[in-house]
Design a protein around this ligand. Structure first.
Ligand SMILES: NC(=O)C1=CN([C@@H]2O[C@H](COP(=O)(O)OP(=O)(O)OC[C@H]3O[C@@H](n4cnc5c(N)ncnc54)[C@H](OP(=O)(O)O)[C@@H]3O)[C@@H](O)[C@H]2O)C=CC1
Ligand SMILES: O=C(O)CCC(=O)C(=O)O
Length: 446
């Protein structure tokens, strides 16, 4: 029988099933708060129980990864693939290698991924995976053997029409090459089972840059909607990885002043504003430097603040691009004290709940990661279709498509998130993603 549900009932239900999985509870509660009215207004959604069903992963695969280090000692790690929703296409989402990886983090990432992928308009479901492997201080040979051992287990569960992994933290082009090589060796088949591949073996132009560039295209759309221009604005970026560096690069190319980058060890402040060449140098020299930001500081100057975040600096726009929950309420307060106007999440869920509430209370425009960083997975979707058709589109064609996709996600948020003339981008993203998944769930029955 159709049944309405209120937020407290939902909260009790989800908490009882996921106790001590704080990141997962944070992500599911955040979406439920925004979509519960949409759910309660729709008899079909109630009849098919879509809110609760969408709040649990379809499948979690958990395996051990056993491999030999350079001393020929056995090492054992834990690996997972969380296949959250295959409703609208093959499971799709990145792999993360980091010592903090656990089931709660991968479940939250897979859950967010399903809503993000729904926003792209493409036929891709949501998943995430990874391992508690720490690649820091490992030789390249050890990283290769770990990737091969990880894929030996994961390959049972993926395929071009089943589940297509890609990169995430500490999984870049090199690791995707090792993972793909092992998959191809086992299956003796050239297929699109992994995106983010090298250009010489089925990769797509712009995939490397897509998440960071897409974030800046989203920023441009948000600014235009509010009659502003990026030119001359001051931007603070956290992180110094794939997303952060490419966001900084595109922002500078479009005329912004980027005054910070950071990593888990501290923050590099460069008040004059980095040049394109500074960012390109950091991208190129990251592999051979333990801390590319202190190496950059030695080259160009600026101030290195050990164990600090960039959020105490003066900026118009904040782009957290490091990791989940890196920006808390105190940071949000510091940003508003300094006059920040826009916050766009490049990372997945980098703002804590309290920080998001603070931005909402202060009427700071906030765009959640599931919309702002969707450019990466969107170009992964294009890599899949190029692979399926044995074709390669040009760099400019893909970059143009990326701009169109980010514009269309912006339009969906405005359509679903505007009340009394004001856009709540988080609510707009949650409602638009929820409607697409919920409609597919109803149409496919039980
Ligand atoms: N790659 C992609 O296409 C996509 C990535 N994302 C998300 O973007 C984020 C970054 O991923 P990506 O750039 O690919 O990963 P990378 O591995 O390339 O880089 C991660 C960067 O974040 C830094 N970092 C880690 N923890 C913190 C912290 N607490 N504060 C500040 N910086 C920190 C790392 O520093 P250190 O080296 O010191 O650890 C590193 O510089 C993640 O949340 C990821 O899920 C989202 C969409 C797509
Ligand atoms: O490209 C992909 O498949 C996944 C990207 C990703 O992990 C993400 O969007 O968080």
């Amino acid at each position: 029988m159709p049944k309405e549900i209120n937020f407290d009932e939902f909260d009790q239900w989800i908490s009882a099933r996921n106790s001590e999985q704080e990141e997962y509870l944070q992500a599911t509660r955040e979406i439920a708060r925004d979509v519960i009215d949409v759910y309660n207004e729709n008899q079909d959604y109630q009849q098919y129980d879509v809110l609760r069903r969408l709040s649990l992963p379809e499948r979690i695969i958990h395996f051990s990864v056993t491999w030999l280090n350079d001393n020929n000692d056995v090492e054992i790690n834990q690996g997972w693939r969380v296949q959250h929703s295959g409703l609208i296409g093959p499971y799709k989402g990145g792999l993360r290698f980091h010592p903090t990886v656990n089931e709660s983090i991968l479940k939250f990432l897979a859950f967010e991924q399903s809503f993000k992928n729904a926003l792209t308009g493409m036929p891709i479901g949501g998943a995430k995976g990874g391992a508690d492997f720490d690649p820091r201080n490992r030789s390249e040979a050890e990283i290769m053997r770990f990737c091969q051992a990880f894929m030996t287990e994961l390959q049972h569960h993926i395929g071009p029409n089943t589940d297509v992994p890609a990169g995430d933290i500490n999984v870049g082009a090199r690791e995707i090459g090792f993972l793909y090589g092992q998959y191809r060796r086992i299956h003796n088949r050239f297929s699109g089972t992994l995106t983010g591949k090298g250009l010489s073996f089925g990769g797509s132009h712009v995939r490397t840059e897509a998440t960071g560039f897409g974030l800046i295209y989203m920023l441009r759309a948000v600014l235009e909607h509010h009659n502003h221009k990026i030119d001359g604005l001051t931007v603070g970026v956290s992180g110094a990885g794939n997303v952060a560096m490419h966001a900084a690069l595109r922002a500078i190319q479009l005329g912004a002043k980027v005054v910070s980058l950071s990593n888990s060890r501290g923050c590099l402040q460069y008040s004059k504003g980095f040049s394109e060449n500074d960012i390109r140098w950091a991208i190129d020299h990251k592999p051979e430097n333990k801390n590319v930001l202190t190496a950059l500081q030695e080259k160009i100057g600026g101030d290195w603040h050990a164990d600090k975040k960039p959020w105490h600096l003066k900026m118009d726009i904040a782009l957290p691009c490091g990791t989940q929950n890196e920006l808390d309420e105190e940071d949000a307060q510091a940003l508003t004290n300094n006059g920040v106007k826009y916050v766009l999440e490049g990372a997945n869920m980098p703002c804590t709940d309290a920080a998001r509430e603070h931005f909402e209370d202060q009427e700071i425009l906030f765009v959640p990661g599931k919309a702002a960083n969707a450019g990466g997975v969107a170009i992964s979707g294009l890599e899949m279709s190029q692979n399926a058709n044995f074709q390669r589109d040009s760099y400019n064609e893909i970059d143009d498509t990326l701009q169109d996709i980010m514009q269309s996600i912006h339009a969906k948020m405005v359509e679903n998130g505007t009340r009394d003339g004001k856009v709540n981008y988080a609510r707009g993203a949650n409602i638009a993603g929820f409607r697409r998944l919920a409609d597919a769930m109803v149409a496919q029955g039980i």
